[in-house]
Write a protein that binds this ligand. Sequence first.
Ligand code: ZN
Length: 83
Amino acid sequence: MTMSAAVPGTAEPDPPVRVRIDWLELTCLPCGDIAGYIEDRRIVRSVFPGGIRLERGRLRCGRCGGLLFSGNSGTATSRAGIG
Ligand SMILES: [Zn+2]
């Protein structure tokens, strides 16, 4: 009995799973601060609780109600690498 017996469909080892997060900064102009990030173009994550609120389909600052503008963007390989 050998561990290297060929099993159909498993000949190629799976490449290690690499997390890739496309992120986009959301900045509030009046506050001059980053309110949060959009991850993978669909997940909105504020940097502090209530930092972002949705109003009539627009993202607004949870502190002052100002419109949020997209700032820097990039790709991170982990949550910690965002920003
Ligand atoms: Zn604000």
